[in-house]
Design a protein around this ligand. Structure first.
Ligand code: 2IT
Length: 444
């Protein structure tokens, strides 16, 4: 029998100075420990020890030259967490905060998320402490080339299929795919998030944002409610926030806030026109990492240094970064009458914020369920690449929507708790069972 405190103490001892990994692991293990303790096969297989240890971890040096001719050195990683149900799959993050512990938390989450999609994908994550802020296109190209020169040794279309994450979008995937192709002389689905002219899937750029709104729509319906007329605060202004603004508007809601590291923008008219959405893409492409120019351009209000969780809104969608919404933010949202919280960033809320939402019976979706539309559509991109075929936007979108509806049903099935749906528990149990059962089938 497992004891939560004892297991976590040992996990911390084995993984010192990796607080994000420990946080992610604790959340999952808390949810699944009863399921594991009730199943002699899981206990005999030492399933918790095995599922918290990555299959392998690569760390490599990335050398490149900046525009001033100065040599730069970054560290690159790929964490291959678990491939019981399919090839390792998960994004690459380029951000100065990236450490091995960050990527272990993300790879661990990815394993359960990918399981929830119903597609055959294992969990992995990678990236670098490279900071794209202020870098020219030429510098980003040189960095990506050097990064892929190392990474290509460890990945492959049937082995490990990276994609984008924070700091890695279509441009970066293009530069990395170009280098992979140069070195391997093959056109395969080794990366997803590719451009539409060179093997990408329609709707992949929109998929995380669309998916979280499809999931939210199901949550709202489960409460006999509607998205129509709901006010929404979104954080972030990148690819995920962009897709969320588009689909939220299409579903009849009004997104009134987006944010950046510099503060948040409140647009009472709604971030609801193509011009505004296109401008968000321009902001991201500028590599400045600021959202303030949106307020100036569209006559909205800018609140420097603040987070949008102080607003009175019906729904909150953290779409930016881990632990971006803390206990004080959760209390402020609840005091202002928030009805639903849909975590869309990976581990976007601190553990005590999640507990607060659940204790106050606010429907709360965890990132690994709500943001799974991104990787699900990556899975659909892999299917299209394997078939040497491409589906129409309508076909991809319909499959994405069905997947999100099914993830919602899985969460309800495993997370129903006398009237309240505990989506955290539901997502963790549903995601875990499939991976654990596959591991038992495969032996060790
Ligand atoms: O966190 C995520 O699920 C992603 N960054 C997308 C991963 C993917 O392989 O599409």
């Amino acid at each position: 029998m497992y004891n939560l405190d004892e297991f976590m103490a040992e996990l911390e001892r084995k993984n010192p100075a990796q607080p994000e990994f420990i946080q992610a692991a604790k959340e999952v293990i808390e949810s699944i420990i009863d399921v594991v303790n009730d199943n002699p096969a899981y206990l005999k297989a030492k399933i918790l020890e095995r599922i918290t240890e990555p299959d392998r971890v690569f760390s490599f040096k990335v050398e490149w030259e900046d525009d001033n001719g100065e040599v730069q050195v970054n560290r690159g990683y790929r964490v291959q967490f678990n491939n019981a149900i399919g090839p390792y799959k998960g994004g690459l993050r380029f951000h100065p905060s990236v450490t091995l512990g960050t990527l272990k938390f993300l790879g661990f989450e990815q394993m359960f998320k990918n399981s929830l999609t119903t597609l055959p994908m294992g969990g992995g994550k990678g990236g670098s402490d490279f900071n794209p802020k202020g870098r020219s296109d030429a510098e980003i190209l040189r960095f990506c080339r050097s990064f892929m020169t190392e990474l290509q040794k460890y990945i492959g279309p049937e082995t490990d299929v990276p994609a984008g994450d924070i700091g890695v979008g279509g441009r970066e995937i293009g530069f990395m795919y170009g280098q992979y192709k140069r070195l391997k002389v093959e056109n395969t689905g080794v990366l997803t998030g590719k451009g539409i002219n060179w093997g990408g899937s329609l709707v992949r750029p929109e998929a995380t944002g669309y998916g979280t709104m499809y999931f939210a729509d199901e949550m709202v319906k489960a409460n006999k409610d509607t998205m129509k007329g709901k006010t929404i605060a979104v954080s972030g202004f990148g690819n995920v926030a962009w897709g969320a603004c588009i689909k939220g508007t299409e579903l009849g809601a009004k997104v009134v806030a987006i944010s950046g590291p510099d503060g948040y923008v409140y647009d009472e008219k709604g971030i609801s026109t193509k011009e505004k959405w296109d401008y968000m893409l321009q902001l991201r492409a500028s590599n400045k990492d600021i959202v303030a120019p949106y307020a100036e351009k569209f006559g909205a209000k800018f609140f420097p240094g603040k987070k949008p969780w102080e607003l009175k809104v019906d729904m909150a969608f953290p779409c930016a970064f881990q632990n971006e919404l803390n206990l004080a933010d959760a209390k402020a949202l609840i005091a202002n009458g928030v009805k639903y919280v849909v975590e869309t960033s990976n581990m976007g809320c601190t553990a005590d914020a999640v507990t607060e939402f659940i204790n106050k019976k606010i429907p709360f979706a965890p990132g690994k369920a709500a943001n799974a539309g991104g990787v699900a559509t990556s899975g659909l991109e892999m299917s299209q690449n394997a078939m040497k075929y491409s589906w129409s936007a309508e076909e991809v979108d319909a499959k994405l929507k069905t997947i999100m509806i099914n993830i919602h049903s899985s969460c309800v099935q495993e997370g129903k708790d006398s009237g309240y749906i505990n989506y955290v528990k539901g997502a963790n149990i549903a995601g875990f069972k499939k991976v654990a059962d596959a591991m038992l089938d495969l032996g060790y």
